[in-house]
Design a protein around this ligand. Structure first.
Ligand code: SIN
Length: 307
């Protein structure tokens, strides 16, 4: 039986629904010795800002039960270095490149980034990171308010013709309201969830394990929360959802597709098993064959439950 794993997100066609989650895969070259990168549905880069950014002071990561906390603080080399020294490698892979972008300080930076990238053909889509919980001094994230989400997404929408994906925070009261705001502002898709805010304490020192005190929790610990948010968003918006949050293997990837995701991103799993993405691509094919389902698209939102 011939299986069709391909899916569409905005204008881009992915040969399978498996992507990397921003910040867990560097700029892909780091994983070149471990997997055949050309097999991925798409690559999402570590978030890039207009200017280089040093990020937060260490310690910036720590392990937690079934998860990890990070407070990297958007460390990145900035747009110019990304374009000169990271993008050429990504371009050669011939798979969709989704560039994660963020602004530090002024939301105008998003517009400037979007305008400049609109002319860069090797970038297929932009992922608007309005949900990083690790920027010191930023009390409210853009994606924690419907109005701010709408305003930011619509101004970026005007600045780019590229496929626009908006990455949302789970640290909100009602995810579907925020998802609807991004949809009405012209986002082509929603990525969810970014990390959940959390903290961890070294009881001997009576000090936080992270220098920034708080960070973002990822890994299997957050999976049920992420899954519920994907399901809620799926029931309230029409644009595709890229689901993520603790996907470690094929069964957990399938949960997200069944809940309503069109594609999925693998994050923390990459740190434990660098081959996780490829194993999941193969696992999805096997599952579809076993269930006699012809395409990955048929799985999206196929949850069966009595209302
Ligand atoms: C970070 O760089 O702090 C993580 C990025 C994110 O959570 O969006």
């Amino acid at each position: 039986m011939k299986i069709n794993l391909s899916v569409k997100i905005g204008k881009i066609k992915l040969k399978n629904p498996v992507m990397t989650a921003s910040g867990t895969f560097g700029y892909a070259e780091e994983f070149n010795d471990f997997i055949n990168l050309k097999r991925l549905g798409a690559i999402v880069t570590k978030t890039v800002t207009l200017k280089p950014h040093i990020g937060n002071l260490p310690a910036r990561t720590c392990e937690t039960p079934s998860g990890m906390l990070n407070s990297i603080g958007l460390e990145n080399p900035g747009l110019e270095v990304f374009l000169k020294s990271k993008l050429p490698f990504l371009k050669k892979l011939n798979i969709p490149v989704i560039m994660s972008i963020a602004s530090i300080g002024s939301p105008e930076e998003f517009i400037e980034l979007a305008k400049r990238l609109n002319k860069v053909s090797a970038v297929d889509a932009l992922e608007l990171n309005i949900s990083c919980p690790n920027i010191i001094g930023e009390k409210t994230l853009i994606s924690q308010e419907c109005e701010a989400t709408y305003k930011t997404v619509s101004s970026v929408r005007k600045a780019t013709n590229k496929t626009l994906i908006t990455k949302l925070s789970p640290n909100v009261t009602c995810i579907s309201d925020i998802a609807k705001a991004a949809q009405s502002a012209g986002s082509d898709a929603i990525a969810l969830i970014n990390t959940l805010s959390g903290m961890s304490i070294d009881i001997e020192k009576r000090a936080p394990k992270l220098k920034a005190v708080t960070g973002g929790l990822s890994g299997p610990a957050i999976r049920p929360v992420a899954l519920k948010m994907v399901w809620e968003a799926y029931n309230n918006i029409k644009i595709p959802i890229i689901g993520m949050g603790g996907i470690m293997d094929t069964p957990s990837a399938l949960e997200f597709l069944i809940a309503g995701a069109t594609a999925i991103s693998i994050g923390t799993a990459n740190f434990i098993n660098p081959k996780a993405t490829i194993e999941i691509i193969d696992g999805l094919s096997e599952y579809l064959k076993r269930k006699k389902i012809k395409s990955a698209e048929e799985l999206t939102g196929s949850l069966s439950h009595e209302k």
